[in-house]
Ligand binder design. Structure first.
Ligand SMILES: Cc1cc2nc3c(=O)[nH]c(=O)nc-3n(C[C@H](O)[C@H](O)[C@H](O)COP(=O)(O)O)c2cc1C
Length: 157
């Protein structure tokens, strides 16, 4: 399986999960870089508001072409029960290429809004993913291996 792990991460949690998935799959990685400043209290507040409004943002032009892979994993933290503007923008830009691929979703969050965020991502992509993995930071550490194995099995089936 030639796989690409694409992710956005503001504080490193989703990046850590993306690193683990890429290692498991021997996949290439693409970090989505949001060119809008998401730091500090104003960055935080506008981040939540932009996610809630399903706004797009400016991202650094991606380096890898998803057309060159047969499987693409798309990852994001949950913001305001939604996906991040950075991942939303990537999917909008790459929609045609992604449509031809086996796609999986992964998300990290603090414990609320997962169903809503997943629905928003599925609606945006326009189809159900081959597999999805949702990890609540910290408290689910004990279940991580079990969830990861189930995700991998589904993705490879
Ligand atoms: C602006 C903002 C909004 C957030 N909204 C939610 C939320 O609705 N539900 C939730 O469970 N966690 C929420 N979080 C927490 C993040 O989803 C969580 O900390 C995530 O693992 C961070 O990933 P990262 O380190 O890759 O940026 C929010 C975080 C930020 C910065």
């Amino acid at each position: 399986m030639k796989a690409l792990v694409v992710y956005y991460s503001r504080t490193g949690t989703t990046k850590a999960l993306a690193d683990t998935l890429a290692k498991e799959l021997g996949a290439d990685m693409e970090e989505i870089v949001d060119l809008k400043n998401r730091r500090g209290i104003f960055g935080f507040l506008s981040a939540g508001y932009s996610a809630y409004r399903k706004s797009l943002t400016n991202i650094k032009p991606p380096e890898k072409d998803p057309s060159a892979y047969d499987t693409v994993l798309l990852g994001t933290p949950i913001w305001a029960s939604n996906i991040t503007p950075a991942l939303r923008t990537y999917i909008v830009q790459k929609k045609d290429a992604l449509k031809q691929k086996k796609v999986a979703f992964f998300m990290t969050y603090s414990g609320t809004g997962m169903e809503k965020a997943m629905k928003s991502l599925t609606d945006l992509y326009g189809a159900l993913p081959a597999a999805s993995l949702e990890i609540v930071k910290g408290i689910e550490a004990g279940k991580f291996k079990e969830k990861l194995d189930a995700f991998m099995a589904k993705l490879k089936s």
